[in-house]
Design a protein around this ligand. Sequence first.
Ligand code: IVH
Length: 753
Amino acid sequence: MATEKAVAELSQTEAAEELAVLADKLARANAAYHTEDAPEISDADYDSLKRRNAAIEERFPDLKRADSPTEQVGAPVSESFAKVEHSVRMMSLSNAFADEDVRDFNDTVRRYLGLRDSDGGLAYTAEPKIDGLSLSIRYENGRMVSAATRGDGAVGENVTANARTIGDIPETLKGAPEVLEVRGEVYMSHADFEALNARHEETGGKTFANPRNAAAGSLRQIDPKITAARPLKFFAYAWGELSEPLADTQMGAIARFAKLGFQTNPLTRVCDGIDEMLAHYRDIEEQRATLGYDIDGVVYKVNDLELQRRLGFRSTTPRWAIAHKFPAELAWTRLEKIEIQVGRTGALSPVARLTPVTVGGVVVSNATLHNEDYIAGRDAKGEPIRDGKDIREGDWVQVYRAGDVIPKVADVDLSKRPDDAEPYEFPHVCPECGSEAVREEGDAVRRCSGGLVCPAQAVEKLKHFVSRAAFDIDGLGAKQIEMFYADEGLPIREPADIFTLERRDTKNLARLKNRDGYGETSAKKLFNAIDEKRKIPLNRVIFALGIRHVGEVAAADLARHYNSWDTFTKAIDAAGPAAQRHLKAEDAVTRERQHAADEGRRAQISATREKVWAEDPAVPAEAKAAWDDLVGIDGIGATVAVSLVTTFHQEAERASIDRLAAELDVQDVAAPATSDSPVAGKTVVFTGTLEKMTRAEAKARAEALGAKVSGSVSAKTDLLVAGPGAGSKATKAADLGVETIDEDGWLALIGDA
Ligand code: IVH
């Protein structure tokens, strides 16, 4: 990042420009975090942008924008939920980052209240700041009537049906004021978060980056049944409208919540003055890693509610409270070793093994080093990063963890580099199989060329093969793949082995039922699940092969174009010689380009390409035709084509594919546009999360039935299929009177239910 100018040195114009940029960045970050539940920047980066914005506004108050980020809480509500106007605004908290900021806060509060030193210490509550999302639950006459997210503070989303499914939220209250709005934080524990992600990983569902996202994504589900299946929890810590006071003090109010049946945070304390507040902060910080849920700071609140009333609010934050945030999640430690992991496509990824260190409350012992260039101190364009400092085994390195992402090695302290530390030499052979690891031009990644020979690639490929959008075999997930791959008696080393498992089981004495926790029934169940998938649509097979650059969409495009396994394989085989020639021509062109100093040599470059294509022996016309047909498919470029053809022409790879095909009954892509299909000729839009099919699959199926699938809703749209989480498209469809159905409705309509 460019070093920024000190705020004191900014000119009026620079300040105005920067405020505009910051307003933009923060609005984007807010939308990503609050509306889309998918943060794009870390909390630490967000806070630092906000601080910079506030500092500039403080120096140039006249430049404060109408859309100033300091005036905004959260983000506008999503359109998929009904809106609820909060009867009392839901506030945000101002932040303190250093002890000094907390002292300033205390001084300001005391001054505001006109307290003198002789008046003694002021009492505050101190409690963990839970990293979830806030919720306001309204009770009338002891009955829950509504629940809403914060939204922009004034208007939130109505998530009543979802809130009712949360165990920590009572449906009825005994002895509550006639009107009571309880506010607090919905969150997910670490254990529940991990179990949820593991479950979704097994079933190919969406995995969440962190517990907060998981909690937000779960609460903001259109279908409360989905929320009910997610383990959400709730801590009560504040309130909105009240028909009568709850207590005289903040602590008293919290005790009242507990008595009414809410969970309140056990680390909430009354602190007498600043020293006790800071001591409790340290205490909570120390316990952070063992709490079992995410917190990102400590909240201090003036304990006396009469004083709170006198202090009142600024535009979006109370004067009587402040959040003392934990420091940015950075730590220094020793890089013990650099190890290389090999992925499905053979990518060699460097991983730093570290002397374990606590970063933001979590013990980190591994961090990513991205790639070869990153270790060497260069970015993708060859420009220096970290001032060009390289990273070596034995180095003293800074680890950065932004809560939601894999920790990374961010910096290195050269003054602490051991004398004998050697520059790291990125391996040019695969550490798993010894094959050559090559780096193609323009690729930041070095890859193992071992293909199926490489055990690491083979296992990752198998995991991909059984994943949800591929073969999706019940009871055969990543865990079982690892187990079967390592199995001596009944191994699965390539996809075909999955389908010969039962035969081998019967023939050998290596019976599954006696091992690895399998019994007679569970073994039979697995065999049946495998058998069920022998009959499989062409697009899934193509995708399952895990060929580099051939994703779900490309696989569907290929399947639609070639229609059957036979046509597809024959076409790829036929294109072989042309692909070779294509590569040769592009190689020659690349060399030419390196010498070409000016654009004037363009003509020569294309002449070179033509010359290579025309070379003797000429590529058979049939091969050229097959190649042109392949690269002519909408969405399939030369990169995909080369990758496909190369894979099919590698002998071992091809033999393995043929062994697989012999086990399968690959289904042709359904003949398109039957006029009696209920959706033939209709324009269909899919939105939201689909749970029974992938998006690419839904599109392929609809197109096979003669429908036109579009990405946006317009007056021409005939039908909107909306899954959970549907947003603006659903609203627009409603406005335009476009018929909207859910996924089940769609499946029933096309007869797939
Ligand atoms: S009090 C009027 N207490 O932090 C004050 N907020 O940055 C209302 N939060 O919107 C907030 N733990 O979502 C309060 N113990 C706690 C909290 C807490 C988490 C969240 C809450 C709020 C945000 C402000």
